[in-house]
Design a protein around this ligand. Structure first.
Ligand code: SF4
Length: 473
């Protein structure tokens, strides 16, 4: 939600800003029993959907009933004007193919070849200026109770410690399932290759996990540990398809680097044409500059060129470390020497930064630890039948500090945990547990929790010690 909306929106303004329209829809600040589409069909909003903070329609997973037809699930797009549908290119964008209702501020009549539309400007439950004040208050940050999941009410009877145990148990299930996935892959390609694939995937974040995985799968074709980090960067940037085509640009420093990587890639690109990836595989939209795949590949090239990462991780695993040193010690291990170019640039094309920036931060280290490194080490200890080591690795997982918040966690806290703050999840294991529950249950149901067994299971298990029985393993 935007702050300062009271200043932006005043009595007498006739059209609200679009984010206020989204908030009105999300919280259903409407006379809900009087809603009709522009072509006169009554509309029942069984669930307004979940706000989408990325590209695509404004809300996903809404449940809507038109007239006496059965309820249907789909997306909602909110625009000020009806012509926004064509003007913003939604009609040509496949991401909008599942829009079942177009919510607009004001319109007179429906237009053919568009999804059903509804105008809400004259259906508000308060004046626009009151809604503007409301938007700026805490109330607009909290979901109304009727939008929460059906498990939220029974879980309210659980103590904070019981919830933490439930989340830790679910987190362990998730941890083991990742570990067994790595084990299955290692049976095909070996342990070290599996580790690199996991690391590359984690460096790709959610948008570029797949191309990073493809790149890592070709490791045997492009890896030469005799190469310097810069030479390996050139090869990887070339193979990945992320090397910009033109050589001349205003930024001289970037040009110098680009010229040198191109000089190398030019000589060897034919030899790697079979494993080269198309640039179209990568997604750049909505990404922080620090997470740009070019920068992540540059970092991976340093680890690969050193040739010692797996051994270093095993030594780290065997070392005695206090809980408060775990994350910092792994960060130290993974940190690289300053890179002449990449410590000073977000991407090949970006201008030189005023201050050097590390290529790896604490948040990424936590993702690598929780999703790849700890499960990989644990399942190796399992294969080696080393119970002590397994226990110690599981302990590290359980006490690892919480990762950065994300959209799945935000949604889970709202739907299941009554809007608890992000600080309520104290460890990465608890966060992983909440993600596991949403994957196991919410992803198999809909916004109104149809056929979800979780509330019933919560009720049955409410005061037993072993909440792991609740999950699919
Ligand atoms: S779908 Fe199930 S787990 Fe998800 S919020 Fe609804 S009741 Fe809870």
């Amino acid at each position: 939600m935007q702050s300062g909306s009271v200043l932006l929106f005043r009595e007498g303004d006739e059209i609200p800003p679009e984010y206020l329209l989204q908030a009105i829809w999300q919280h259903q600040r409407l006379f809900r029993n009087e809603l009709k589409t522009l072509d006169g069909q009554p509309v029942r909003i069984l669930h307004p959907g979940f706000l989408n903070r990325e590209g695509g329609p404004d809300f996903h997973g809404a449940v809507i009933q038109f007239g006496s037809a059965p309820p249907q699930s789909g997306d909602i797009e909110v625009d000020l004007h009806l012509n926004g549908w064509h003007a913003h290119g939604h009609d040509r964008n496949p991401a909008f193919a599942n829009v079942i209702l177009h919510v607009v501020w004001d319109a007179e009549k429906a237009v053919r070849a568009m999804p059903p539309a509804i105008a809400i400007g004259n259906r508000l439950d308060a004046s626009l200026s009151d809604l503007g004040f409301w938007l700026n208050s805490e109330a607009s940050e909290t979901w109304p109770d009727e939008l929460r999941g059906q498990c939220c009410a029974p879980l309210k009877n659980w103590s904070a410690e019981q919830i933490a145990t439930l989340l830790r148990d679910a987190g362990q299930i998730r941890f083991r399932s990742k570990a067994f996935q790595l084990q299955a892959r290692a049976r095909q390609v070996g342990w070290e290759q599996t580790l690199w694939e996991g690391i590359f995937r984690a460096l790709g974040y959610k948008h570029n996990a797949w191309p990073m995985q493809c790149l890592a799968e070709q490791r045997a074709s492009w890896l030469n540990t005799q190469l310097s980090p810069e030479a390996l960067q050139a090869r990887l940037l070339g193979v990945s398809g992320l090397l910009p085509p033109e050589l001349t640009r205003a930024q001289a420093a970037a040009d110098g680097y680009l010229r040198s990587v191109w000089d190398q890639w030019w000589r060897e690109r034919d030899a790697f044409s079979e494993c080269a990836l198309p640039r179209s595989l990568w997604r750049f939209h909505g990404q922080r500059p620090a997470n740009h795949p070019q920068r992540r590949i540059a970092l991976a090239a340093h680890w690969l060129a050193s040739g010692t990462l797996p051994e270093k991780l095993e030594r780290w695993c065997a070392a005695e470390l206090t809980d408060d040193r775990l994350a910092a010690s792994l960060l130290e291990l993974l940190q690289i020497e300053p890179d002449e170019f990449w410590s000073w640039h977000w991407t090949i094309r970006s201008p030189r930064l005023e201050k050097p920036q590390p290529l790896l931060g604490a948040a990424r280290v936590t993702d690598l630890a929780v999703n790849v490194i700890l499960p990989w080490l644990w399942v190796r200890a399992l294969e080696g039948k080393n119970q002590l080591l397994q226990n110690s690795i599981l302990h590290r997982f359980e006490v690892w500090p919480a990762a950065e918040d994300n959209s799945v966690l935000r949604m889970g806290r709202q739907r299941l945990l009554g809007g608890r703050s992000k600080h309520a999840l104290r460890t990465a294991a608890e966060q992983q547990g909440l993600i596991q529950i949403t994957r196991d249950f919410c992803d198999h149901s809909n916004a109104v929790c149809e056929n979800c067994r979780f509330p019933e299971l919560v009720n049955q298990q409410a005061f037993t010690a072993d909440s792991s029985k609740l999950f699919r393993s």
